[in-house]
Design a protein around this ligand. Structure first.
Ligand code: CUA
Length: 317
């Protein structure tokens, strides 16, 4: 249907047709009941209108099957909505294991992205088509919101923690990227574009430009510069635990609880090292709050991840 202007944005991700199908279903159910209710009001208003001054309506006895019907049918319909909606929701929030991971940092008022190979972009994001891509996102200042209408995806980007979003683009092309959370005077200008490329073109784009260090290599140089390696040696020391093989593992803490060593845990351990102390160690690590940028923390996390997964080097993708 072409009305001269698009009613809906393009469908350019695997999620887009699924989200639209659910929306059409909800609209159809709503339209059906609006029509039914308004028609019934009109028909009843005419059919049961008062015809004489002293007319009295007959008492109503009630109807069991009518009451069962108007309970069971809406219940069934809302359960369909719930199960259908939940299945789309879970698929949106569970990225596939093999997703290509890209870091995104929002700030007033721009989007900064960095690829595992080290390429950086501002207000642009180049991704390959037909490959799951996972964004690991945080903010340097206030709450932003990463919104891709053509992919039917939206995710808040928060200061002080990581949120993620994944998608698989189905069509090469250029799609708008918006900030969908009011974040200050230039909020409306916090826009960019996602460039979806055929795999060969994406490889070409990746290898073009200045050859810099990969995120993991940048993280390793930061690791040396901040002197982290003095305590966190690969063999482990009495001062600090080894970080080799740490990522994704379960860590036992002094409070007797366990946590998973994910991005948020590592970030917190850099910014607020005393929040979670690994069992068997003393709270002697100084905070690096204010000393490392959000992008630097993401690079250090990439380095720590690379210590756990030598078989998943970015160059072997
Ligand atoms: Cu960032 Cu609105």
């Amino acid at each position: 249907m072409n009305l001269g202007f698009p009613l809906f944005p393009e469908q350019a991700s695997t999620m887009a047709p699924r989200v639209d199908a659910l929306l059409y279903f909800l609209l159809a159910v709503s339209a059906f009941f609006i029509t039914l209710i308004f028609l019934t009001i009109l028909v009843f208003a005419v059919k049961y209108r008062r015809r004489a001054e002293h007319e009295r309506p007959k008492p109503i006895e009630g109807s069991v099957w009518l009451e069962v019907a108007w309970s069971a049918i809406p219940f069934g319909l809302t359960m369909v909505m719930f199960v259908w909606g939940a299945s789309v929701f879970f698929d949106i929030y569970n990225p596939p294991q093999d997703a290509l991971e890209i870091s995104v940092v929002g700030r007033q008022w721009m989007w900064k992205a960095q690829h595992p190979e080290g390429q950086r972009e501002i207000n642009e994001l180049h991704v390959p088509v037909r490959q799951p891509v996972k964004l690991m996102m945080t903010s340097e200042d206030v709450i932003h919101d990463f919104f891709l209408p053509a992919f039917r995806l939206k995710q808040d980007v928060l200061p002080g923690r990581y949120t993620s979003l994944w998608f698989e683009a189905t069509k090469a092309g250029v799609y708008p990227l918006y900030c969908a959370e009011y974040c200050g005077t230039q909020h409306s200008g916090m826009i960019g574009r996602v460039v979806v490329l055929e795999p060969a073109d994406f490889e070409k784009w990746l290898s073009g430009g200045a050859k810099g260090m990969s995120m993991a290599e940048l993280g390793e140089s930061l690791f040396q510069r901040f002197g982290c390696a003095a305590c966190h040696r690969a063999t482990g020391t009495s001062q600090g635990p080894s970080l080799a093989g740490l990522f994704g593992k379960t860590v036992e803490l002094q409070q007797g609880i366990t946590v998973t060593a994910d991005e948020n845990y590592i970030r917190e351990s850099i910014i607020d090292p005393r929040a979670k102390i690994v069992v068997g160690y003393q709270p002697i690590m100084p905070t690096f709050k204010g000393l490392v940028s959000e992008e630097a923390i993401l690079q250090i996390i990439a380095y720590i991840k690379s210590l756990s997964a030598p078989e998943r080097k970015p160059s072997q993708r």
